[in-house]
Ligand binder design. Structure first.
Ligand SMILES: [Zn+2]
Length: 1145
């Protein structure tokens, strides 16, 4: 009965809103008529266009109403669902419906991963002994033998591929390297390649190449094009940088690839076909997926664990088809060449013996700055020595060739920042040419050697393989964690410089939000004007430049010495400054886009850079400072607060602002509806509340991609809900200063517990740290939070920016001489427990929300280890989840990878990168840690999961950086901890080889990674009438993620936005065994086919054309496949990212 009445009330509400809106429509119309009458001269055309605009407005009002009604319907549906569930709070395990039935669409992803073909790297790890035996001249390998007649039938075909590895920042800044080295390399390249058409070169970093392009004249540009056209110069990978593959999020990985490819297409009109990643510290299949999706067919990788390399060399599987673990089809396969030896420099690329190969690095000829550490110098090739030299080199080529299945041999020729001076070009190219000529003159040697590009090599390889009727073996898995020698595992950089790893994600979220809002703004403007043009006062071109600069700053930071935290201190500051400025400039684009979209009367739009209409609520004051909220001055006059929801889901979010009054009230500006709010103290010190500033948190209901306006006003004294506090400190109760809040003494021996309608948690009375979790379903798990320190070794070899080399004793439990202050707050919007330790402040928070946000625990840390020496701080979860030695961590937030903790490996080898998530599971439960920043993760014992929060290391770890990491800062980290009921799952202990996050985890991670963006209108100005912007009728299906809506550059007018937008969608794979209850608000489909017009309704696409992931014209569907008319049905496969070139009407 009660339910029916509520339903009636809600339906009545819907009706009222509809009527009100109709009334407003009429009102607007009248306004239009009045305006009309006031016009003195009857300029017919002018009037007609005004009328057209009014009709447009009406149309939009109508569609806004539709959306409003749809949103209400959504909510009604949700309320109904929760009432139904509410009747049976204690759902028993047995009564739950079978999960597979309740999750249609689940099967899609399940079916895809049914392939067992090929080698799984996890199995290789089980097999290997990791003995590190001395292999002779090839120390990490073995003796290679051959008879000499192996090439009699099919001659050895050698491609010597000149390359120069240019780090966009490491020991010097990007600019520093460019001025000192890179521009000379490229200038000389132009001269030296032109001199002899047999010479070749490959280039990878478009950040440098484009900068150089801007410096050269038209004549030189034509020379570059000729070299590219003639196949002498090849751009490999074509990314903005050679990206790190451990810490980078797939959004940024793809974005830097798009930026590079778009540049290449525009200026050179070509498309990269081979990938080149010789320096990233471990390799991820996510990168392979993106390269394949961008139209590349081949790739080279180098930094792989030496034991894996040796194994692959023995099996002749150094060349393989890299397949995605989740994909049973060959669709995602890409041919991959793994370099067999220690490094990509000359001593380690011609063959197994570095002492010999070094003699063929003619940049090390006697008299120069460089020499061979093996103490045998190179010799200039003369008529006298050419035979002896050629045979010596051929022996290395032949030995190396024995590690591969085809008689085609790939020999890179280069190193870091090589080919700077003209003389170096002459030395390398001249001497090699003499050797090649010698081979040509001696057919009895059965070898053909020449300079080549990467594509030259791969073409020959595929030709030979096809001729022999063989294919490459298939491989699945990833290449983490990398070790280059001994027990030197590169797991330190998964956490090094965590402040910037977090800032990277802040820029990423800001960029994505800005891209989407900017693209929608341009589309709305064109529609509003009706003639396809933009509003003249809107600085579209200037904004597009800011967007481009933002893309490039994020792209640059994906470099394998940037986001990795492995650059010198001044270079880190340079990167930080770029990230910081990018965020500031993107904010301006965001503000003026929102300004235009929100204005009810668009004629009031005026752009004034010096006087922005809105300001960001979160403000960063410097590149190394955490964002702070600007305190709002409240009065009886409403302050407008504008919230942008950058996600494609309707969500309930807690919005937090700082105000100058303990009494405040928030209403939805459109409806006048008051929002649930809570006032909390701003703690100036752990036990001293600020008397000037207060934190106002309220619950915002945000439709997908919407801009919603709220009004904040000062409220009557005592009318706002204030948080209540209790403080705990063992032995020494603190003195509390908080005049505006109720502070009560904790009841003796009462357990420390918080709960909302989904979860109950218990914390330790001594430390406040989490002890136990209980779900509404009855599932209880022990989950203890601990903090620990790792030290480093006492021996010569110590931890540094790259390496994690912990001391024998392992982790030591964090202890402090003084017990921590524990502060518990309780309120209607959220409740939390904060533990204040000397080196960190740790908070666990429960949100009192209905939606998915209420089902996980928010964990935040504020860490400061600047007082420490050679220490690393970790947060460890100790649970009773029976996961055995298996756990899962994500790769670039794109896919989950199973991890096996192996006793045969040292502790540091069992740490893996976590870009955004990790979980443990057994047959009844799954515990997921979702993260807003990249960090190292490990599960060293069953039930445990730990992340490294910060590391302070005083020394260099001998990988060339030449310094420790001691520039630590006050660093924030943020997570959601999600416990899920899991029934009918996990046949294998700890889980199957391929698992996905649950839908609930996906949604939680989406909210965590893309928080709402708050802006405030200044208090002094008269705010014109605003109305919410609601571009989508309903949420996207919850397994479809709008990765980006990225305006493409105009093909005619440089640095200007075109009408074309890259629509990037990622359909996520999800776990079938953890159906959320009550069910989620969004829907998902059991089919691959999706109707794009429905998905984005009422947005209208003028055209939709599927393309490659980097939107190259050559990858576009043929014109005939271009979908001009709705319904535009396209297939979105689970796990796949799809790219479309669209024009939004
Ligand atoms: Zn490098």
């Amino acid at each position: 009965m009660k339910r029916n009445r509520l339903l009636a009330v809600l339906v009545g509400g819907v009706f009222c809103v509809a009527v009100m809106s109709l009334y407003r429509m009429l009102d607007t119309m009248q306004g239009a008529e009045l305006q009309h009458m006031e016009t003195p001269d009857g300029q017919v055309e002018n009037d007609l266009s005004r009328l057209q605009q009014q009709i447009d407005k009406l149309e939009r009002l109508l569609s806004n109403n539709n959306r409003l009604v749809a949103t209400l319907r959504d909510k009604l549906f949700h309320r109904q669902a929760s009432w139904v569930k509410g009747g049976a709070v204690n759902v028993s395990v047995d009564s739950a419906p079978s999960r597979a039935d309740s999750l249609p669409g689940c099967r899609l992803a399940e079916e895809m991963k049914d392939g067992a073909e090929g080698v799984q790297l996890l199995d290789v790890y089980d097999l290997l002994t990791f003995e590190n035996l001395n292999g002779g001249v090839w120390k990490q390998g073995f003796e290679i033998s051959y008879h000499g007649d192996e090439w009699a039938e099919q001659p050895l075909e050698v491609f010597v591929v000149p390359h120069s590895h240019n780090d966009p920042g490491w020991l010097k800044t990007f600019e520093g390297y460019y001025q000192d080295q890179t521009k000379h390399i490229l200038n000389n390249m132009l001269i030296k390649l032109t001199e002899d058409s047999r010479r070749k070169m490959i280039w990878a970093e478009i950040s440098y190449f484009s900068k150089w392009w801007n410096d050269i004249d038209e004549q030189k540009r034509e020379m570059v094009k000729r070299l590219v056209g003639a196949g002498q110069l090849e751009l490999v990978t074509g990314g903005w940088v050679m990206a790190d593959e451990a810490n980078s999020h797939y959004f940024a990985l793809l974005d830097q690839l798009i930026e590079g490819h778009q540049w290449i297409q525009r200026h050179l009109g070509v498309k990269p076909s081979s990938g080149w990643a010789v320096d990233p510290f471990g390799h991820s299949p996510s990168m392979a997926y993106l390269l394949k999706g961008a139209g590349l067919s081949n790739m080279v990788i180098q930094r792989v664990h030496y034991a894996v390399k040796k194994h692959f060399a023995q099996k002749q599987t150094l060349e393989f088809l890299w397949r995605q673990s989740w994909d049973s089809s060959p669709r995602s396969d890409i041919a991959c060449h793994m370099m067999p030896f220690y490094s990509y420099d000359v001593p380690h690329t011609c063959g197994p013996n570095p002492a010999v190969c070094c003699q063929f690095d003619f940049h090390r000829l006697p008299g120069g700055r460089l020499f061979c550490p093996w103490k045998i110098s190179p010799q200039r090739i003369t008529e006298k020595n050419v035979e002896e030299r050629a045979l010596l080199l051929l022996d290395q080529y032949r030995q190396k060739s024995r590690l591969f299945r085809s008689p085609v041999l790939f020999v890179p020729l280069g190193d870091d920042f090589r080919f700077v001076e003209s003389s170096e070009w002459d030395a390398q190219f001249g001497n090699y040419q003499k050797l090649f000529d010698y081979f040509d003159q001696h057919p009895e040697l059965h070898v053909k050697a020449r300079f080549g590009t990467l594509s030259d090599y791969f073409e020959a390889l595929h030709r030979r393989l096809n001729a022999a009727g063989t294919t490459l073996p298939t491989l699945r898995g990833d290449f983490f964690t990398y070790a280059d020698r001994d027990d030197h595992y590169w797991s330190g950089y998964f956490t090094s410089r965590p402040f910037y790893k977090r800032l990277d994600r802040t820029l990423e979220a800001t960029l994505r939000a800005t891209e989407i809002l900017f693209s929608l703004t341009l589309a709305e403007m064109r529609r509003f004007r009706g003639d396809g043009r933009l509003v003249s006062d809107f600085p579209a071109r200037e904004h597009f430049k800011s967007l481009t600069a933002g893309r490039r700053s994020l792209a640059l930071f994906q470099h394998h010495d940037a986001v990795t935290g492995t650059a010198r201190d001044p270079v880190v500051v340079d990167y930080g400054t770029r990230l910081f400025h990018a965020i500031l400039n993107l904010h301006k684009v965001l503000q003026s886009s929102a300004h235009w979209l929100l204005l009810l009367d668009k004629s009031q739009y005026h752009h004034d850079q010096s006087k922005p209409f809105m300001q960001m609520d979160d403000v960063m004051s410097a590149q190394d400072a955490l964002p702070r909220k600007t305190p709002l001055t409240l009065s009886d006059e409403p302050r407008s607060l504008i919230i942008f929801n950058p996600t494609e889901q309707l969500r309930s979010s807690v919005i937090s602002v700082v105000v100058d009054s303990p009494d405040a009230r928030v209403v939805d500006a459109e409806t006048g509806r008051p929002m649930a709010a809570q006032i909390s103290a701003v703690w100036a010190e752990p036990s001293r509340a600020s008397s000037e500033h207060f934190q106002l948190d309220f619950v915002a209901e945000l439709p997908p991609l919407s801009l919603v306006v709220y009004h904040v006003t000062k409220a009557p004294v005592g009318s706002a809900h204030r948080a209540r506090y209790t403080f705990h400190r063992r032995g020494n109760p603190p003195a509390i200063q908080s005049e505006h809040f109720q502070v009560s003494r904790p009841e003796a021996d009462a357990p420390l517990s918080l709960s909302n309608k989904h979860i109950q948690i218990w914390g330790s009375l001594e430390t406040g740290l989490l002890r136990k979790l209980r779900l509404q379903s009855g599932l209880v798990r022990q989950v203890q939070v601990q903090f620990l320190w790792y030290g480093t070794r006492t021996s010569q070899e110590k931890s540094g920016a790259y390496l994690f080399l912990p001391g024998e004793e392992g982790a030591q439990l964090y202890s402090s001489s003084e017990p921590p202050l524990v502060r518990v707050s309780r309120g209607p919007v959220f409740s939390d427990i904060t533990s204040c330790f000397r080196h960190f402040t740790h908070t666990v928070r429960l949100l009192h929300l209905d939606g998915h946000a209420g089902r996980s625990l928010e964990i935040s840390n504020m860490v400061d280890i600047r007082s420490e020496v050679n220490r690393e701080l970790v947060m460890r979860l100790v649970s009773d989840v029976a996961n055995g030695n298996r756990f899962y961590s994500d790769l670039n937030s794109f896919q989950m990878q199973q991890r096996r903790t192996l006793g045969k490996l040292p502790l540091q080898a069992n740490f893996y990168p976590m870009t955004s998530s990790s979980f443990l599971q057994d047959s009844t439960s799954r515990l997921s840690l979702l993260s807003a920043q990249s960090q190292a993760v490990a599960a060293l014992r069953p039930g445990e999961l730990e992340v490294v929060l910060d590391r302070r290391l005083q020394q260099d770890d001998n990988r060339g950086l030449g310094q420790g990491v001691t520039d630590n800062k006050l660093t924030a980290s943020l997570y959601h901890l999600l416990l899920e009921d899991r029934r009918g799952g996990a046949q294998e202990v700890g889980g199957a080889s391929v698992e996905h996050l649950s839908l609930l985890a996906h949604l939680t991670l989406l909210s965590l990674s893309h928080p709402p963006i708050s802006m405030v209108a200044p208090s002094d100005s008269q705010v014109p009438k605003l109305r919410p912007f609601l571009p989508l009728r309903s949420s996207l299906p919850c397994d479809v993620h709008l990765l980006n809506l990225r305006t493409l550059e105009d093909s005619q007018e440089a640095e200007s936005p075109s009408q074309e937008v890259a629509l990037l969608l990622h359909r996520k794979g999800f776990d079938c065994n953890s159906a959320p209850e009550p069910s989620l608000q969004c829907t998902w489909s059991a089919h691959e086919e999706v109707n794009l017009d429905d998905l984005f309704s009422p947005l209208r696409f003028r055209s939709v054309r599927r393309s490659g992931l980097t939107l190259l014209r050559e990858d576009d569907e043929p014109e005939s496949a271009r979908q001009q008319q709705p319904p535009r049905v396209t297939s979105l496969r689970p796990m796949e990212i799809s790219a479309f070139r669209v024009e939004i009407d």
